[in-house]
Design a protein around this ligand. Sequence first.
Ligand code: NAD
Ligand code: MG
Length: 294
Amino acid sequence: MSQPPDPTTLYPQPPFPRQPQDAPGSVHEMNPRPDHGETSYQGTGRLQGRKALITGGDSGIGRAVAIAFAREGADVAINYLPREEEDAREVVQLIEAAGRRAVTLPGDIQDEEFCTQLVTQAVEQLGGLDILVNNAGKQTAQASIQDISTEQFDATFKTNVYALFWITKAALRHLKAGASIINTSSIQAKQPSPKLLDYAPTKAAILAFTEALAQQVAAQGIRVNAVAPGPFWTPLQPSGGQPQDKIETFGSETPMGRPGQPAEIAPLYVFLASSESSYSTGGLFGSTGGLLLG
Ligand code: NAD
Ligand code: MG
């Protein structure tokens, strides 16, 4: 038996170089390159034959979840913004290399009509739906409430909360007993940062929505859970999610002293999607490098 790796030194630690890019950002512009499990994730058939829709599946946490789901035997549809096509193509190749079907459904989820069509298309092209991962998100740091425009506030709530409501509402018309909905909340739901005054409340809303919906649909055999990432090394952060001085020290505030890599959180989504977690619903599952959710 080989020694288990030390998690504190398993992945890059700060300091990191400043690396501004425009939102929504790309994996290609990140230094160091994030690990989405491309070379490491090994499936064991835990999602054999399942059909999953993942929003924000082109990069970051969504990409790692797409890779893991495919290697566990699921067909995967991913949504992303049209200008993220390059990142999305790589995910398609990885899903197909796992021997599973990949469906691409680019479009802006700030639009209700698109959200409804997204679900219809995913169901049609996958031939059903068992797993919904609401993971797309918008985060724009601002020093003061005075710097947050109504447009920014609106776009953050539309992307993080309204879209999740629209997509979930449409998906529930198709989901059957055994289905699993997983929403990406955040440690920000519990420990809001002063510079994330519009974003943090969306993540608290996602948690409350998860808890309420879980109770509403439990008797139908549909489970709804939320994941709370701490600081993760994804394009969301250098593309405006944090000021650049925070990128240099990103993750240093955690007891582990480094940010998480998307590959480290994907197994949590696999667990919540699979029937192994059949008694877990309405829960909040953290991956925070030691930051407390309480
Ligand atoms: P990411 O940038 O890789 O993924 C976010 C994705 O959201 C983008 O790839 C984009 O496709 C999608 N998106 C944004 N606006 C959209 C729109 N209008 N229409 C369609 N898609 C849109 O970053 P990530 O960190 O992997 O983000 C995934 C989720 O994790 C987000 O909900 C984010 O809030 C959450 N989260 C991230 C962290 C972190 O530190 N990275 C921490 C806590 C929570
Ligand atoms: Mg992206």
